[in-house]
Ligand binder design. Structure first.
Ligand SMILES: O=C(O)CCC(=O)C(=O)O
Length: 199
C-alpha cells in the first residue's frame, strides 16, 4: 500500500532512516552530560566577503589527521576519540553496517542557534557518504528536501539516530532552522567517513 499524505499526495520517499529510540533514555541522559564537557568552540565562517560567527558551537573527534574543511572556510582538526564516542561509533556501525572515522558535534544553545540549508558533500568524506546523526537533549525540527522540492519535517528526539543514506547528500538538502520558541540545549553528533588521515 502506498502511504498517502494530506491532499492525497504520496508521502515522499526520503533517503534517510529514523531510529527514534536508538539509545535508552538513561543512556542518552548519561551521554548528553558527557557531551556537554567536550571541547566546544564557536568557529568563524567567511561568507560573501564577510566573517561571521557560526550560529552554534562545534567540536570534532576522530582518527589522526582526518581534518575536515567545510564551506571552503572552516577547518576542523580532530582530537582523539573519547571512549564514550568510540563506543557509540561502533554501536552505530553494528546496526547500520557503515564505518565512520570522524564525529562532528553541534551544540544548539537556544532556538537562535541553527544550521541553514546545506548538503554534506565535502570531498574528504569520499563519494556518497553515509552519515549517522545522533540527537541528545532538546527536540528540534530537522528539515530535509530534494534540491528543488518541498521539505519534510522530523522532530529529532533525545536518544534518536537519523541515518542519511549514501546518495542523500547529492540529491537532498537539510537544515535545523532557528525557532522563536523557548527551547533548551540540543547536542547533535554526526558520524562520518573520511578518506584521508592515518589508518
Ligand atoms: O543538528 C542536526 O541535526 C543536523 C546537523 C547537520 O546538518 C550537520 O552537521 O551537517
Amino acid at each position: 500500500m502506498i502511504q498517502m499524505s494530506l491532499f492525497n499526495e504520496p508521502a515522499p520517499v526520503l533517503p534517510v532512516t529514523y531510529y527514534p529510540e536508538f539509545l535508552s533514555q538513561e543512556e542518552a541522559g548519561v551521554l548528553y552530560q558527557h557531551c556537554l564537557k567536550l571541547q566546544w568552540q564557536q568557529n568563524q565562517i567567511k561568507m560573501v566577503g564577510k566573517t561571521l560567527l557560526v550560529p552554534r558551537l562545534e567540536c570534532i573527534y576522530g582518527d589522526e589527521g582526518c581534518e575536515y574543511l567545510y564551506s571552503k572556510s572552516v577547518l576542523l582538526k580532530p582530537l582523539p576519540w573519547p571512549e564514550a564516542l568510540a563506543q557509540l561509533r561502533d554501536r552505530i556501525t553494528a546496526v547500520t553496517g557503515y564505518s565512520f572515522r570522524i564525529v562532528i558535534g553541534n551544540q544548539y544553545r537556544s532556538g537562535q542557534d541553527s544550521i541553514g540549508w546545506h548538503a554534506d558533500n565535502e570531498s574528504s568524506m569520499g563519494l556518497n557518504p553515509a552519515i549517522a546523526s545522533v540527537s541528545l537533549g532538546a527536540e528540534r525540527k530537522f528539515q530535509i528536501k530534494p534540491i528543488k522540492g518541498k521539505p519534510t519535517d522530523f522532530w529529532l528526539e533525545h536518544g534518536s539516530l537519523l541515518l542519511m543514506h549514501p546518495g542523500c547528500q547529492s540529491t537532498h538538502l537539510h537544515q535545523v532552522p532557528k525557532t522563536k520558541k523557548l527551547v533548551g540545549t540540543r547536542i547533535n553528533l554526526t558520524f562520518r567517513p573520511h578518506v584521508g588521515g592515518r589508518r
